[in-house]
Write a new protein. Structure first.
Length: 171
């Protein structure tokens, strides 16, 4: 196994975040799952099941963290798994412990922010700054299928890039 992105934190403990944490852990990554509601994190840790993925056992090798700073402390990759309408709040919590030179962001949220009409990359730039290592996973896939290991297709760009400056942004 390669050593690329060995330590991964998934920010978002819903169905998608939990399913991808399971895949990451199954593929040998040290995986932490963080969620905005400590009681949900405790429930998943204790029951080894997420209420959004009934009947799917969450593996013991996934760690759970209630505090953002602890969750991202040793991470190289941060999977952004909050729903699009809650992404800004997640990023605001992340901001104080985010290190753009060390953390690669992988977005799995779909959609735009209703109030601003910003894409997820736009929200990331606005909250975390212009120079981010960022990519987005896309494809016709669902958390339930991923968590149950049903074959599907998703796409990740061939390389992770630093987000370009927005038009009209001074150099």
């Amino acid at each position: 196994m390669d050593n690329c992105f060995q330590n991964v934190t998934v920010l978002g403990d819903g169905a998608w975040g939990t399913a991808l944490a399971m895949v990451l852990a199954e593929n040998g990554r040290n995986t932490i799952l963080w969620g905005p509601f400590p009681e949900n994190i405790r429930e998943i840790r204790e029951k080894r099941e997420n209420k959004f993925l009934k009947g799917v056992t969450v593996p013991d090798d996934i760690l759970f963290e209630e505090r953002m700073e602890n969750a991202v402390e040793n991470a190289e990759m941060l999977v952004l798994a909050s729903p699009s309408q809650y992404m800004r709040g997640t990023l605001e919590k992340l901001k104080s412990c985010f290190d753009a030179s060390r953390h690669v962001l992988v977005n799995i949220a779909k959609g735009i922010e209703v109030e601003t009409l910003l894409s997820m990359s736009g929200i990331c730039r606005e909250v975390l700054g212009e120079h981010l290592q960022y990519c987005a996973v896309s494809g016709p896939s669902h958390a339930e299928a991923v968590s149950r290991r049903i074959p599907l297709w998703s796409r990740l760009p061939p390389r992770i890039r630093t987000l370009p400056k927005r038009r009209g942004t001074p150099s």
